[in-house]
Design a protein. Structure first.
Length: 83
């Protein structure tokens, strides 16, 4: 399966984008090689942290809002595909 542009990564620096894309590809490969397990990478979007503190975005999430997605994937995850 080929990943589309929006499934790879983007970010504030090339190094961040590359590492995020590598993690997303690794998640897909790991899920494909272990079909009995649910393998998930959570991408919460822009979160108000030191890395994004200079951004002025209406979509900036708090750390608590970002953590909700992580907790959901780890504890419930209904409808959350593996990979």
């Amino acid at each position: 399966e080929v990943l589309q542009d929006d499934e790879l990564a983007f970010g504030p620096t090339p190094a961040y984008s590359f590492s995020k894309a590598a993690l997303n590809v690794f998640t897909r490969l790991l899920a494909a090689s272990h079909p009995a397990a649910r393998i998930v990478a959570v991408c919460p979007g822009d979160v108000s942290t030191g890395m994004c503190s200079d951004w002025e975005s209406p979509d900036l999430k708090t750390a608590e809002e970002a953590a909700e997605g992580v907790l959901w994937a780890a504890t419930d995850g209904r409808g959350c595909p593996s990979g």
